[in-house]
Write a protein that binds this ligand. Structure first.
Ligand SMILES: [Zn+2]
Length: 253
């Protein structure tokens, strides 16, 4: 009898162990929360500076987070190239392997590659050396494959505090227009939302991991080109600022 009970207990705990192992593998193999939420002042814990752009300049910085993706980043890049315009791609380390050609094309077409961390963990829960490792992985991979040295960083969820700012010690780029593409899931709604808010110097946040974001990009670009806007990378936008931008947070007005 004791033998039978023990056997049942062993089987039960073995099952429990397998379930926990599967859960942990599953949670590590995916990006736990992919999407970026708009930062509010209380969450920043750090001063943010606006990029100073004249209204007449009509400059726009399109930014794409959480890629690259084989399916959508390539389509977006082809489209941008066909219009001869540039954007900035804040890439994730876990999505780099197997996508070397996409990174090379970004650089070749004049787009900027930005650093969005290794695996989108919340930086406010990491130690400084872990933050540095998250950033270094992407820096090193991109430099090795493309020769491009990443300058701009966008932290996951736009989370910043003083320790994160010090650990990163270079420009941290937020946004002033959150397309809310992941929430709206409709190209027309996304484009209307962005276009209702846009002005010179806007930094627009999109994600290059959805079809509706790709379609919204076309609608946004067509309309802004018709209105006479020019597209720049975030580094080009930052060049308009006269201060040393290392470790500072930037977003538009
Ligand atoms: Zn993100």
């Amino acid at each position: 009898m004791i033998y039978i009970i023990n056997k049942k207990f062993v089987a039960f705990f073995a099952c429990l162990l397998i379930v926990f192992m599967l859960l942990s593998i599953f949670s590590n193999s995916r990006v736990t929360a992919t999407y970026t939420r708009a930062p509010v002042e209380e969450e920043l814990f750090f001063p943010a500076f606006n990029v100073n752009v004249n209204d007449d300049d009509k400059l726009i910085a399109l930014t794409f987070d959480d890629g690259p993706s084989r399916e959508y980043t390539t389509k977006i890049l082809d489209y941008l190239e066909s219009k001869n315009i540039v954007a900035t791609f804040f890439v994730l380390g876990i999505r780099l392997k197997g996508n070397d050609d996409i990174l090379i094309k970004m650089v070749k077409t004049g787009c900027e590659i930005g650093n969005h961390s290794y695996n989108h963990k919340q930086f406010i829960h990491l130690k400084s050396d872990e933050v540095k490792k998250q950033i270094e992985y992407v820096d090193n991979y991109v430099r090795k494959v493309t020769g491009f040295s990443i300058r701009s960083v966008r932290t996951p969820y736009g989370e910043i505090n003083e320790a994160i700012g010090k650990a990163i010690n270079r420009p941290i780029i937020l946004w002033n227009i959150d397309s809310e593409d992941w929430k709206k899931k409709d190209a027309k709604k996304i484009a209307d939302h962005v276009l209702s808010d846009v002005d010179s110097g806007s930094i627009i946040l999109l994600h290059d991991i959805f079809d509706f974001s790709y379609e919204a990009t076309i609608l946004i670009v067509e309309e802004l080109l018709a209105q006479g806007y020019k597209f720049v990378t975030v580094s080009q936008l930052l060049e308009l600022n006269d201060r040393n931008s290392d470790g500072l947070v930037f977003r538009s007005k």
